[in-house]
Design a protein. Structure first.
Length: 223
């Protein structure tokens, strides 16, 4: 960890959590990821070597600890105390810099990994259901994702799970990202065909109620 050479508490805190990628790693841990590969799926553009270093730094700083039984990571009391700070950063970003997105920011891996955490299992089918997402604006190797599970839990698959698909969702990454961020209405995008649903009518109608959108979708932009 690099030192700022200052006694200021803000400077000392930034020595622990101020490095590039660190707050995003904390976001993943706060959202429930614990294993190395899970954290990496939430922050896919960090190299595995750098992720390992950042995790080691956070462990050294007392923010996270290893879970002996699984080999994963968990937040310590100090780590959980950062939760409202990380959430406040999300609120600030949504209010003041929302919409400042470049083509580089529209990543289906990040979008789907985030979305699978925000499916309302209380209204998701009790029986096993397979939902296939097809993105029309990305290379073929990154165009298909599957959400597989039931009201007991969901798994995100990046290769065909070999189960019959119950509902197809066809759209482009930009549209679904803007819906996810709260900048477009899912109902309107389904109505105008920008988000095309194919499957039993009851699943099509239920889809809108499953997706709870980003935690920050309801934050009003600055005026």
């Amino acid at each position: 960890m690099k030192s700022y050479g200052q006694f200021c508490s803000i400077a000392k805190a930034l020595e622990v959590v101020g490095e590039r990628w660190t707050l995003l790693i904390l976001r993943e841990l706060i959202c429930g990821s614990s294993r190395f590969n899970e954290i990496h799926r939430g922050v896919p553009r960090i190299s595995p070597a750098l992720l390992a270093k950042r995790l080691a730094d956070l462990e050294q700083g007392g923010v996270i600890a290893r879970i002996k039984e699984t080999g994963g990571y968990e937040l310590t009391s100090a780590g959980w105390e950062l939760k409202p700070i990380v959430e406040a950063m999300g609120v600030w970003g949504q209010r003041w810099v929302r919409g400042q997105l470049s083509e580089h920011d529209f990543d289906p891996d990040v979008l789907m990994w985030d979305m699978r955490r925000r499916i309302d299992l209380n209204v998701f089918p009790h029986e096993r259901t397979c939902v296939c997402f097809e993105f029309t604006d990305v290379p073929e190797k990154k165009s298909l994702y599957w959400l597989l599970g039931s009201s007991k839990g969901l798994e995100l698959c990046v290769s065909d799970p070999k189960f019959e698909v119950d509902l197809y969702v066809t759209t482009d990454v930009r549209t679904l990202t803007l819906v996810w961020n709260g900048d477009m209405s899912l109902t309107k995008k389904v109505a105008d065909g920008s988000v095309d649903l194919h499957g039993p009518r009851e699943l099509q109608q239920a889809f809108i109620s499953w997706l709870q959108l980003s935690l920050f979708a309801s934050v009003d932009p600055a005026k």
